[in-house]
Design a protein around this ligand. Structure first.
Ligand code: CAA
Length: 380
């Protein structure tokens, strides 16, 4: 498989790089330290067309392909992985599904402002007892005339505190497991819908992660996406694409770790010479670079398959599994190369490790990615 980036791809990468270097990089550490949500930066991402990259222009998006999305996500996450996940959730988990399966009315009302960055979206699948076991949904949606009444709790919801619109998976028929789950569009401010708890996290600290509570929350039936019972497949298909976004986020963190290591090795002296002159450091950097390039190729392959409308779930699981491990290892190596300076917050590399770890957990743990890959390989 060959990747010939066209002019649009190169322009998107350059735009994202410029924004990452000139706007995000200098303030990312402070936002991380103070857990500040990047309101202004997310607004700017919307103005750049980065909040609905793959949505057609008629629905407020940038009308770009998944390769463009991967290139932009890597650059943004290289400077600020919190901005990366905010962008990824809005693109992959919210606007993608609305565009694919939303009604025309839902697209006009919700997709256009979400894809253009005027509104922010969240995706609420996880529950206290439904993380990896995602079909074990306890949140109920009971039909009542032209409405559904939602009751239950969602947790670990990225963007949850600041989202204007949340796509909520809930059970409409308890008797048929995964086939009894449906998806609903719930607006911020709907009576009975509230933010319950903000998590204090190890990494991606300037993105918000919260629990959401639904208590007799009345949602119009017209806000259901697809048929009743389509919710689990909606979530799985959406996550197939989401995993490309998280692989790109991991890739950005890994590239940042590599860049920092090269920069430091060329200016730090020990035993009378630059540490870049020691083979121990050279080999670490060579291994990091090789793994980063492997992660990039797997991620681009998944994106290219998606753009070609070919099955891509297996490739996206492989990309996320590999890239997330590469990110954690690269951040650890970067800390090792920086020595004591790598362990303190004055340098960015300890943030890279804290940010990298979550890429092995959200949008399906590495163990879930292995389940997906193994099932694909072993199915009849
Ligand atoms: N595409 C289409 N359909 C799919 C599918 C896919 N990728 N994966 C499963 N399905 C279908 C199956 O074909 C099956 O349908 P039928 O019964 O009609 O054949 C149905 O869904 C049930 O599938 P499984 O029996 O495979 O379901 P399972 O209970 O064994 O679960 C799993 C499989 C892969 C472990 C799944 O539960 C999973 O992916 N878990 C992880 C969930 C996850 O990624 N959560 C992330 C939360 S969101 C998030 O993290 C966002 C954020 O903050 C950044």
């Amino acid at each position: 498989m060959q990747f010939d980036f066209n002019e649009t791809h190169l322009m998107i990468k350059e735009t994202a790089k410029k924004f990452a270097d000139e706007v995000l990089a200098a303030s990312a550490a402070e936002r991380d330290e103070k857990e500040l949500f990047p309101f202004q930066e997310v607004k700017q991402l919307g103005e750049l067309g980065f909040m609905g990259m793959m949505v057609p222009e008629q629905y407020g998006g940038a009308g770009l392909d998944t390769i463009s999305y991967v290139l932009a996500m890597e650059e943004i996450s290289r400077a600020d992985a919190s901005c990366g996940v905010i962008m990824s959730v809005n693109n992959s988990l919210v606007t993608y599904g609305l565009n694919e399966w939303g009604t025309e009315e839902q697209k006009q009302k919700y997709l256009i402002p979400l894809a253009s960055g005027k509104l922010l979206g969240a995706f609420a699948l996880s529950e206290p007892e439904a993380g990896s076991d995602a079909s074990n949904q306890k949140t109920m949606a009971d039909k009542s005339g032209d409405y559904y009444i939602l009751n239950g709790t969602k947790n670990f919801i990225t963007n949850g505190a600041n989202a204007d619109v949340v796509l909520v998976m809930a059970t409409t028929d308890r008797t048929i497991g995964a086939h009894g789950i449906s998806t609903f569009i719930v607006e911020k401010g709907t009576p009975g819908f509230s933010v319950a708890k903000k998590e204090k996290k190890m990494g991606i600290r300037s993105s918000d992660t919260v629990s959401l509570a639904f208590q007799d929350c009345k949602v119009p039936a017209s806000n259901r996406i697809g048929e009743e019972g389509f919710g689990f497949k909606f979530a799985m298909k959406t996550l197939d694409g989401g995993r490309i976004g998280i692989a790109s986020q991991a890739l950005g963190i890994a590239q940042a770790s590599l860049d920092a290591s090269i920069g430091y090795a060329k200016q730090r002296k020990a035993f009378g010479k630059y540490i870049a002159e020691f083979q121990a450091i050279q080999f670490m950097i060579a291994d990091m670079a090789t793994r980063v390039e492997g992660a990039r190729l797997l991620t681009l392959k998944a994106a290219a398959l998606k753009d070609a409308h070919q099955p891509f779930g297996n490739a996206s699981a492989m990309a996320k599994l590999f890239a997330s491990k590469v990110a954690v290892d690269a951040a650890l190596d970067a800390i090792q190369i920086h020595g004591g300076y790598g362990y303190v917050r004055e340098y960015n590399v300890e943030r890279y490790l804290r940010d990298a770890k979550i890429t092995e957990i959200y949008e399906g743990t590495s163990e879930v990615q292995r389940i997906v890959i193994a099932r694909n390989l072993l199915k009849d």
